[in-house]
Design a binder for this molecule. Structure first.
Ligand code: AKG
Ligand code: FE2
Length: 295
């Protein structure tokens, strides 16, 4: 069974708190190669040789304005040429942990995003309080409705160096915001005084999994090294609910054969599952458009 660093069954902690910290999901022999690949990638992103980046000043996609980089997108892209990222994303440790948290079999996993969060170089960066897929101004009824859709996936941050950038409000992933939380997320989203906030401290090699509906924010200090792998997997049961959130990142490059050729065997079925989900999501979009047009 998978346990959190404080000894609780990881799945229980995830359900109750909306996040859980787990140790040792990087084999010791992969930590060095991952750090080296990350350093090469960060260098390219900061120099503008790798264009898929997130810039200070822009919290959410599209990240097309700015110069100082706080995130690097698409670590699995064949043009980056860093196979160790796929080796780790598809490693037994990761796959087993995700399967246990989602309570699915490996063949039910849906390959999704794999990015990296890094310290900017020129200025600090405050990522506002948010839920990834529910906008702050949605009416309470809609918020409740959307929170009631089961999550069908998990995302995580794995620190390659010690860091404490992420803040969460434990157990806020499955309830509507209080009046005060609502006010902060709409009117004061950079507040450092969210009631119940908890700073997540990660040691190198530790992973925090979190439900992306949890109220969360991050503070990036340019003086504190951050090199944190940021990725997600979905499950085939409800992966299509995740389509908008995933495809807003622009994943067309995953349709190419040369990408498929880079995948380790453990990721072939999750990749095929993503493709099936993508076709289904496109069909649903077309059907919706047709209904709207004829209404
Ligand atoms: O920086 C972090 O740890 C969180 C990033 C985040 O919330 C996001 O990219 O939506
Ligand atoms: Fe987020």
């Amino acid at each position: 069974m998978l346990y959190s660093i404080d000894g609780r069954p990881a799945h229980d902690a995830m359900v109750e708190d909306g996040f859980v910290i787990i140790d040792n999901l990087i084999k010791p022999e992969l930590l060095g190669p991952l750090r080296e690949a990350a350093e090469r990638t960060i260098k390219k992103a900061r120099a503008g040789e790798w264009k898929e980046r997130r810039f200070v000043g822009t919290p959410f996609p599209p990240w097309d304005e700015g110069t100082d980089v706080w995130g690097v997108q698409h670590l699995l892209h064949p043009d980056l040429g860093e196979p160790v990222f796929a080796e780790w994303y598809g490693s037994e440790e990761m796959i087993n942990a995700v399967c246990e948290l989602l309570q699915v079999k490996p063949e039910e996993l849906q390959l999704e995003l794999f990015n990296m969060l890094i310290n900017p170089q020129d200025s600090d960066f405050d990522l506002p309080w948010h839920r990834d897929a529910i906008k702050p101004k949605v009416p309470e009824d809609e918020e409740r409705e959307r929170l009631n859709i089961p999550h069908f996936g998990t995302q995580w941050n794995t620190a390659l160096y010690d860091e404490s950038c992420l803040f969460v409000v434990p157990a806020s992933h499955n309830r509507v915001r209080t009046a005060e939380e609502r006010d902060i997320t709409i009117n004061d989203p950079l507040s450092r005084k969210m009631p119940g906030q908890l700073q997540v401290h990660l040691k190198a090699g530790q992973t925090v999994f979190y439900n992306n509906n949890i109220l969360h924010r991050a503070i990036y200090y340019c003086a504190n090294k951050r090199v944190t792998l940021h990725a997600s997997f979905g499950s085939t049961e409800g992966g299509h609910h995740r389509a908008a959130n995933i495809f807003q990142h622009g994943l067309d490059w995953m349709n190419e054969d040369r990408f498929v050729k880079t995948l380790p065997p453990s990721m072939i079925t999750p990749y095929n599952n993503l493709q099936t989900m993508s076709k289904r999501a496109q069909l649903e979009k077309q059907q919706k458009a047709a209904v709207t047009a004829s209404a």
